[in-house]
Design a protein. Structure first.
Length: 245
């Protein structure tokens, strides 16, 4: 398959494409992609662009840096030994695969200035401020502290049992062009050995293969820019799933 991602052209074999996380495929091809047809079309309904050698390129509105981060992690995972097998029949068909936990965040933000000036510059400053704060769990921890949410605390503990660290930062984080939105992603190899608690967590997370789970919440903060204090609201949507390579 020949893909053009925001001006960057890459060749991707079909086996690698279908092994990508389900949530990622939905983001890349929101209207679907017919793998058995040579005349595929872009998300905007435009036919692929032929090159000088008549290669048809499928347009995809997706950051190539994010896809590169995922493919590099896949290649790294394949160099690791296969994980310790869990004592469950549900896992036995996956014995020759490397399980990877994929955590993706879509953050939509809204800045409320006291004095309206150059709004385009203001929105960019808000986005850059949020991109710099790239700790994975800090926003959720803030929500837990404020609301004493036990379920959210259990979510962090489960992810750390699976392979994340409490101080981890996003592996990929970037502003979306022409939108007040930030996309982030991080991946870890699922731990299938160690304590009984860690192994029980791994068994739970195996249920997320091809079945992403989502969580959404709001948080607010303030920061100084353009000689004024901006009240900044963020709507965060987390998608958690398991990928197998």
């Amino acid at each position: 398959l020949h893909l053009e991602l925001r001006g960057t052209r890459i060749d991707l074999d079909r086996d690698t494409l279908v092994s990508l996380p389900e949530s990622l495929l939905i983001a890349m091809f929101p209207h679907g992609l017919a793998l058995n047809k040579p005349d595929v079309y872009s998300d905007h309904g435009e036919s692929p662009s032929p090159s000088s050698d008549n290669t048809l390129w499928t347009f995809v509105d997706f950051d190539p840096a994010c896809l590169d981060y995922i493919l590099q992690y896949y290649r790294q995972a394949l160099t690791q030994p296969l994980p310790t097998q869990l004592n469950t029949t549900a896992y036995s068909p996956l014995a020759d695969k490397h399980p990877i936990i994929v955590l993706r965040e879509e953050l939509e933000y809204f800045g409320l200035p006291k004095n309206k000036g150059d709004m385009a510059t203001l929105k960019l400053a808000c986005g850059q401020h949020l991109v710099q704060h790239n700790s994975i769990f800090s926003a959720l921890q803030k929500n837990i502290t404020r609301q004493k949410n036990v379920a959210e605390q259990h979510l962090i503990e489960m992810l750390c049992d699976a392979g994340f660290q409490p101080t981890d930062r996003w592996g990929y984080r970037a502003l979306e062009p022409m939108r007040t939105c930030i996309t982030s992603m991080s991946m870890v190899m699922l731990k299938t050995s160690g304590s009984e608690h860690a192994m029980a967590t791994a068994q739970k997370l195996l249920l997320f293969w091809r079945k992403p789970a989502r969580k959404c919440w709001w948080d607010g903060t303030s920061f100084e820019t353009q000689d004024q204090t901006i009240r900044l609201w963020a709507r965060r949507t987390w998608t958690l799933e398991l990928a197998l390579v």
